[in-house]
Ligand binder design. Structure first.
Ligand SMILES: Cc1cc2nc3c(=O)[nH]c(=O)nc-3n(C[C@H](O)[C@H](O)[C@H](O)COP(=O)(O)O)c2cc1C
Ligand SMILES: C=C(O[C@@H]1CC(C(=O)O)=C[C@@H](OP(=O)(O)O)[C@H]1O)C(=O)O
Length: 390
């Protein structure tokens, strides 16, 4: 499976086309809308999310509630476009609209954003041409594509959840029974954190950053339970699933690092405290007593829950802006200020969950490869039985 996205932040709307989704998978608009709604929420979001009501339109690839095997095309309207019709118009600029466009022209690049690099690359004197596409508004469609993958995984008994581990240095005590408990508790929290005490402190940290015209980042953790053993590959670098997941996480706006299992902590510990001992039981087959390696060995799943952490840097647009240079006059100035979130970690957690779901589902379709979802279901069940009896 693969997908492309298109759309500008304040343009008419956003689109994705997903190719390779097997036929006969049950899929409804509400499966997608539920995920889109989750992405819009979370403490620390700015005013934009009050303007938008992200609702998907499925325009191909689904009939009578089932996928057909054809490309699935999804679109979401930008409700904010009505305030931007002159600035973001598709037709050639009309002279009487020039003033409105000039008012929104971006010439003071924001450190930490794509503004300057994109402008030099494409020779844009108005960096709005860069901002509009580099904006995380695009993650709406990544979540839409991921929600189709999540539906596929759910139908195979695989559950994906996410929670926030750290916001601005406030760390959560990440105790949960299983992924279902994690989901219930994280979704009940304004910051998607299972630790109620830490949730309150995280909210205070967000308020404090906002008050100071500053921003904060954090760490999110995606957990995937129910994975069959051996998904991914040890034989080709580009089929190693942990590598694919790391790439997917790093491709999210503002994500600067990825950890699998205990991640960077492995550098500080001896092997005896890192590797997960192998054990066997007549009912379960092979399993591990611990899960420090986050469900991966040799680029493949080992049957334990997948645990992937993503690190998000603080939001780049600052209401107390950093120093920059005006690109025409070359004068030292304060960077441009755009309406902004003060912390998007709880929202970005949903993006992280969905991009991971897409890669995991893709690896499953690759391994159990069929055009028909019912055949994939049978093949996964057979594989689970064989693994148990191995
Ligand atoms: C869900 C989400 C919301 C974001 N909201 C904002 C925002 O309101 N303002 C901002 O400057 N950056 C925001 N960002 C981050 C920027 O999009 C990101 O820093 C920018 O695209 C540059 O990419 P890079 O940080 O990966 O280099 C957001 C990111 C995500 C994932
Ligand atoms: C629109 C979304 O997030 C936007 C991401 C974003 C950025 O610079 O990445 C900047 C802000 O855009 P605006 O200036 O229009 O408020 C966020 O609101 C969204 O997540 O749907």
């Amino acid at each position: 499976m693969r997908y492309l996205t298109a759309g500008e932040s304040h343009g008419p709307g956003l689109t994705t086309i997903i190719e390779g989704v097997p036929a006969h998978l049950s899929l409804s608009t509400s499966d997608i809308n539920n995920e889109l709604q989750r992405r819009q929420g979370g403490y620390g979001r700015g005013r934009r999310m009050k303007i938008e009501k992200d609702l998907v339109e499925i325009t191909s690839g689904v009939r009578h509630g089932l996928t057909t095997g054809a490309p699935i095309a999804l679109s979401v309207t930008n409700d904010d476009f009505k305030h931007w019709t002159k600035v973001m118009g598709i037709d050639a600029l009309h002279p009487e609209d020039e003033r409105s466009v000039r008012n929104k022209t971006l010439t003071r690049p924001r450190p930490g954003h794509a503004d300057l690099n994109g402008a030099v690359k494409y020779n844009h004197r108005d960096m709005r041409n860069v901002l509009e596409r580099s904006s995380a508004r695009e993650t709406t469609m990544r979540v839409a594509a991921g929600s189709v993958a999540k539906k596929l995984l759910k139908s195979l008994g695989i559950t994906v959840g996410v929670h926030v581990l750290n916001i601005g240095g406030v760390k959560a005590n990440a105790n949960y029974r299983d992924v279902h408990d994690l989901i219930e508790r994280a979704e009940a929290s304004d910051v998607r954190c299972v630790d109620e005490t830490a949730s309150e402190k995280m909210k205070e940290a967000i308020d404090e950053a906002k008050k100071n015209g500053d921003s904060i980042g954090g760490v999110v953790q995606v957990v995937v339970e129910g994975m069959p053993i051996g998904v991914g590959s040890h034989v080709h670098y580009d089929h190693k699933l942990d590598g694919k997941l790391a790439g997917a996480v790093m491709s999210i706006n503002a994500f600067k690092g990825v950890e699998v299992g205990i991640g960077f902590e492995a550098a500080n510990l001896p092997g005896s405290q890192v590797h997960d001992e192998i054990t066997w039981d007549a009912n379960k087959g092979f399993y591990r007593k611990s899960n420090r390696l986050g469900g991966f060995e040799g680029g493949m799943t080992n049957g334990m829950p997948l645990k992937i952490n993503g690190v998000m840097k603080p939001i780049a647009t600052l209401y107390k802006p950093l120093e920059s240079v005006e690109i025409e006059s070359k004068e030292t100035v304060s960077a441009s200020i755009e309406r902004s979130d003060s912390c998007a970690v709880p929202a970005a957690a949903v993006v992280c969950e969905n991009v991971i779901a897409f890669e995991v589902a893709n690896a499953i379709v690759h391994m159990f490869g069929h055009d028909r979802f019912d055949r994939i279901q049978e093949a996964v069940e057979r594989h689970r039985t064989e693994a148990r009896e191995f």
